[in-house]
Design a protein around this ligand. Structure first.
Ligand code: G6P
Ligand code: ZN
Length: 543
């Protein structure tokens, strides 16, 4: 087998964002684009020689081609072994688990998460380290640096490797092990949750709808929910993964999973409904007539996790990203748990989980997870909910109402302004930054500003410092507005405005969120001049 050294040149713009390198699929299909980045990964981690990696992706368009390229490049750079999901498929949490379980040197996950797939849509590649979590900022910078000075990459010439059946083969001197993408993950879930109790719940007539959105969780959900837990066939809908996710956005939120939301709001609502995203790490939780915000879901899971066998010993601590609501903080306070506030991006939870400071963490962006892997985990969240529902015998609505009565409620919503011209979005943020020092003490419809700053984070484990992580305005009544530019968009800038109001009055806990947040929304525009800067009168997406 011949190993080639292919001459190349640095390609501009290969800077990983919040979650790896994410671009239009056609960009990845340009000559050398993928190869350059993969070589930069090898260079950034100090070479691939003798190492073992996990490789897989969410099955989107180009996943199959990219896997073949990575296998050939790993072989050319002297990797000892690659463990690859059958047909190149691995959900992000399943990949994280495999990286850890097999004690590998890390893994490459092919996904643009919840972004649409197809030749004209998005593709992405991320590198996770030996702990199973997204590579650190430091490592990402090293990989980016490597992209800027690349002169060649190594790749072997070969036919496509057959990865359609589990088993072991070789490519040059490298071992290729093809594994069932579901088996290890399903076993892990079975070790954490009371499957017998959940089986009884389904046997008693409890109804559920899980929308896999034609993405990677289909096979996982069918195996776990329908086969192992005995939920009726058809509980999983849109369960066959498709390269273009059936033309939709595989993003589990009220906009992109609207059919599921319509179902729970209608007369045929099941007892429980949930959805996951392209690569299986996000989740959305719904009850009859009810959407549970990701921030509330995190709080409920923190308050009740001990009901599941995997967490029966209690939690070491909890963490949330800064823009996530303070609902989990209230639970932590009541239960005497440490609570950490990190910048957006799962990678910031890794150190806290590795150091044993937290067990549970979550983000407003529909991500929840625990120390069982080092990624957020959509199906895991769904199973923990099911375990809690089985154990308490309560419905989602009753559980939420009881939760708010006990801890109070953080009304919460996020407004996204998508594909804003970069210059306009930056001008808005710059103006806001300039106004920060004078805001404290000023009164707006939302309340009087008690503090205003740009969030920065000092990692309590490795001491690293991250700046520019979102602008936050805090009000004396507990309300909060956060402004942030997304790190995952591929076209222009996405301005995210996170809006929150705290309510403890027991008689005001069940208002529509939009109504409870009217003044906060109004204030957000007053302070930042959203309409003036962006020309938009309304957000494109409200979650
Ligand atoms: C990805 C990351 C998350 C992050 C989310 C939102 O899903 O894995 O950790 O919260 O992106 O990022 P954005 O920068 O678009 O708000
Ligand atoms: Zn995802």
């Amino acid at each position: 087998m011949q190993s080639l050294t292919v001459k190349t040149q640095p390609i501009e713009g290969q800077k990983p964002g919040t979650s790896g390198l994410r671009k239009k699929t056609r960009t990845f299909m340009e000559p050398h684009y993928l190869e350059n980045f993969v070589q930069a990964i090898w260079n950034g981690i100090g070479g691939a020689e003798g190492k073992t990696f996990v490789v897989g992706g969410d099955g989107r368009y180009f996943n199959d081609r990219a896997v073949q390229v990575i296998l050939r490049m790993a072989a050319a750079s002297g990797a000892a072994k690659v463990i690859v999901g059958q047909d190149g498929i691995l959900s992000t949490p399943a990949a994280s688990h495999l990286i850890r379980k097999r004690e590998t040197d890390g893994g490459i996950i092919l996904s643009a998460s919840h972004n649409p797939g197809g030749p004209d849509e998005d593709f992405g590649i991320k590198f996770n380290g030996p702990n199973g979590g997204p590579g650190s900022e430091d490592l990402m910078n090293r990989i980016f640096d490597a992209t800027t000075s690349l002169a060649s990459y190594a790749i072997v010439e070969s036919q496509d490797i057959d990865i359609s059946t589990p088993g072991t083969t070789t490519l040059g001197g490298m071992e290729v092990e093809v594994v069932d993408p579901v088996a290890d993950y399903a076993a892990l879930m079975e070790s954490l949750f009371d499957f017998a109790a959940i089986r009884d719940l389904f046997a008693s007539g409890f109804t559920m709808c899980f929308d896999a959105m034609h993405a990677v969780t289909g096979p996982y959900a069918v195996e776990i929910l329908e086969r192992r837990l005995g939920a009726p066939k058809g509980t999983v809908v849109n369960g066959t993964p498709m390269p273009d996710f059936g033309g939709g956005h595989p993003d589990p939120n009220p906009i992109w999973a609207k059919p599921l939301v319509d179902l729970v709001m209608g007369p045929d609502a099941p007892d429980f409904a949930a959805a996951s995203d392209g690569d299986g790490d996000r989740n959305m939780i719904l009850g009859r007539g009810l959407y549970v915000t990701p921030s509330d879901s995190l709080a409920v899971l923190a308050a009740n996790a001990h009901l599941a066998p995997g967490y029966a010993g209690g939690l070491k601590g909890v963490a949330r990203s800064m823009p996530t609501s303070g609902a989990v903080d209230r639970v932590a306070e009541a239960l005497g748990l440490d609570c950490y506030e990190t910048p957006t991006g799962w990678k910031f939870f890794g150190n806290l989980l590795d150091a044993g400071k937290v067990t549970l963490c979550g983000e407003e962006s529909a991500g929840t997870g625990s120390d069982h892997v080092r990624e957020k985990d959509g199906l895991w969240a769904v199973l923990l909910w099911l375990n809690i529902l089985a154990e308490t015998g309560q419905g989602v609505g009753d559980l939420m109402r009881a939760h708010w009565q006990r801890f109070g409620r953080n009304y919460y919503t996020r407004h996204d302004y998508e594909a804003v011209e970069n210059a306009r979005a930056n001008a808005l943020m710059d103006d806001l930054r300039a106004r920060l020092p004078g805001l404290a003490g000023q009164t707006f419809p939302a309340g009087t500003v008690s503090a205003a700053d740009e969030f920065a984070y000092d990692d309590p484990v490795d001491g690293s410092h991250s700046e520019g992580q979102g602008i936050r305005i805090l009000f004396d009544n507990g309300s909060r507005i956060v402004y942030r530019l997304s790190g995952t968009g591929t076209v222009g800038a996405t301005l995210r405005v996170y809006l929150e109001a705290v309510e403890s009055d027991p008689s005001k806990l069940e208002r529509p969120a939009a109504e409870a947040l009217t003044q906060v929304v109004e204030t957000a525009d007053q302070i930042a001049g959203i309409e003036r800067h962006t020309g938009r009168t309304a957000p494109d997406v409200t979650t």
